[in-house]
Design a protein around this ligand. Structure first.
Ligand code: NAD
Length: 547
């Protein structure tokens, strides 16, 4: 059964909060959007939108009958209750994949999953605000721009980036590199994944074999021509081989789904046999995956020793490689401390919105509105212009752009006005990734190497969910294990609906101030000077700094 969200200004649910949640749940499972919709898997290994099909149907049914003063509770992808609340309360509250500390391991999670008691929600899969590969594209683009700034004089022209994993998120890498003027070689075990990215214009071409790939990328690098080339292969084999051959690679990273050792294909196993083997012998598969990751990461460290810029791209591959026996796995940094933390100090993060009309013209109108609101922001202009030209929508038309404290609320309020005055044809949902400035505790990623050592303190994402609930978000979620895997992260998300009413405008203003405000206070608390300046200049109250 193919799932596709309804489009347009007519709704079947009793209010737009409910209708938007239903459409975004369905949009997550649209075959254009989800990596494996038949199994309810949206992206990121096994990140799911609903626990099973009966739960999916119950979610849709309940959203269609939910009143404007009611709230539906979702426990790991299954609706478990409806309570009377009030108009300012979220219509949906979700908790996905959470386990008590000592039990928070993959084997225990799998055991409970097999019993039908939980599901893996990743970040935006189980919280219904995934928008396809574009969702990660701007962050990836900004990360490679930061690499260019740090090491290559502001552009990747004439450089070669090696990476692996061309899935739902990782598929953004080749386009992000070419947008920065560079050449990208991306390795994936699955030819279908590479072809899918070519179809959606994230990847330029697929080579016949490794020799052909090397020839294509080295030629493009020599000619300083932006190009992305995919090659089918296992990264644990291909990375050491490229190192051995001495191919001149300038930047190395990886976005295979290493966070889940059952989603990383070990060397020596056919792609087609992987799922069956993982299901039948999970422990043996895990050991072999970790050994392969050890080889993979050892080669990455080899490239670093040879002078390349190397970073972990948020999939926990260093931790897994260490478990696989490679002691020096943490020789290179994660991308957040290396490039992203200053943005977090300003409350910046992956703000995004989707047009429930289904009309791309609505996104074009919001693009223009964002440029009008922030004319002085050059990198935003560059991004919005390029995205308008090069990003193919998947499912409902959507846009992502990183905005900070004092910016997101202005954009959200403007969108709501545009719905009210008819500039937009239907309401807009406004949310973000969980990978944000003040909504995650993840010591291998968003909170790696915090200045005060508070990497594993998980009070912040919980406070984030609470304040968004108190501020009027339409749905709010608390997840465990997204990005880096079970036991390694706790994170929260929120989505607001701009339906053009005055009430929505008030909610949006509060949520979209307080949510990025959490990023500012979290980094003030950890001792970042930049965050303190932002708090002072933009009026974010921090009690411990007041006399
Ligand atoms: P995905 O499951 O859609 O794709 C993973 C890809 O890796 C697949 O195409 C698969 O074929 C490939 N793969 C698996 N084993 C391989 C191997 N040994 N060699 C080569 N290719 C292999 O996952 P995704 O949504 O693209 O996410 C990828 C990873 O990035 C996940 O761990 C996710 O948690 C993480 N992630 C990072 C960020 C970030 O901001 N940095 C954001 C979201 C997700």
């Amino acid at each position: 059964m193919d799932v596709r969200a309804a489009r347009g200004a007519q709704r079947t649910a009793l209010g737009w909060g409910q209708e938007a949640a239903k459409r975004m749940l369905m949009n997550n499972l649209d075959p254009e959007v989800a990596e494996n919709p038949a199994d309810l898997v949206v992206y990121g290994g096994t990140g799911k939108a609903a626990r099973d099909w009966p739960s999916f149907h119950a979610l849709v049914r309940t959203l269609d009958t939910l009143k404007d003063d009611e709230t539906m509770l979702v426990q790991s992808g299954r609706p478990v209750g409806v309570f009377r609340t009030h108009e300012w309360a979220p219509r949906v509250l979700l908790a996905n994949s959470n386990l008590v500390g000592d039990w928070a391991t993959w084997p225990e999670f799998r055991r409970l999953e097999k019993l039908g008691l939980t599901m893996y929600g990743q970040m935006t899969a189980g919280s219904w605000i995934y928008i396809g590969t574009q969702g990660i594209l701007q962050g990836t683009y900004e990360t490679f721009a930061a690499v260019a700034e740090k090491r290559f004089g502001g552009s990747l022209s004439g450089t070669l980036t090696l990476t692996a994993g061309c899935g739902g998120m990782g598929g953004a890498q080749p386009l992000a590199v070419t947008m920065n003027g560079g050449v990208c070689l991306i390795v994936d075990v699955d030819a279908r994944r590479l072809r899918r990215r070519v179809e959606t214009r994230y990847l330029d071409e697929v080579a016949d074999d490794l020799d052909d790939a090397i020839e294509r990328v080295t030629k493009a690098k020599r000619e300083q021509r932006a190009l992305s080339v995919g090659v089918v292969g296992n990264a644990a084999t291909v990375f050491p081989e490229l190192l051995r051959r001495g191919v001149e690679i300038d930047i190395v990273t990886d976005q295979t789904s290493a966070h889940d050792p059952l989603a990383y294909l070990p060397e020596g196993i056919d792609l087609a046999d992987g799922p069956d083997y993982a299901a039948k012998k999970p422990e043996e598969f895990t050991d072999r995956a970790r050994q392969s990751m050890a080889k993979h990461v050892e080669a990455m460290v080899g490239f670093q020793d040879a002078g390349a810029e190397v970073f972990d791209y948020g999939n926990s591959i260093r931790g897994e490689a260490q478990l696989g026996g490679f002691k020096n796995a943490f020789a290179f940094p994660g991308f957040v401390p290396a490039y992203i933390r200053p943005l977090f100090c300003e409350g910046k993060g992956p703000f995004r919105w989707a047009a429930l009309s289904g009309d791309p013209a609505d996104i074009a109108a919001t693009d223009r509105a964002v440029l009008d609101l922030f004319p002085e922001n050059e990198s935003l202009r560059r991004w919005i212009t390029m995205a308008g030209e090069r990003v193919a929508f998947q499912g409902l038309p959507a846009r992502i752009c990183w905005l900070g404290y004092g910016e997101r609320d202005r954009a959200g309020v403007r969108f709501n006005e545009m719905v009210a005055d008819g500039t937009l044809k239907a309401p807009v949902v406004i949310g973000r990734d969980h990978l944000d400035c003040g909504s995650v505790a993840s010591p291998y990623r968003e909170t790696e190497s915090m200045l005060d050592g508070s990497d594993a303190i998980a009070d912040w994402p919980l406070l984030n969910a609470l304040v968004n609930t108190a501020s009027g978000a339409s749905w709010v979620s608390i997840h465990h294990g997204g990005g880096v895997g079970i036991g390694r992260s706790i994170h929260a998300g929120q989505v607001c609906v701009a339906d053009g009413t005055a009430l929505a405008g008030q909610k949006i203003e509060r949520v979209l101030s307080n949510d990025p405000g959490m990023g500012v206070i979290r980094h003030v608390d950890a001792g970042y000077d930049l965050a303190e300046t932002v708090a002072e200049e933009r009026g974010v109250r921090v009690p411990m700094r007041e006399q």
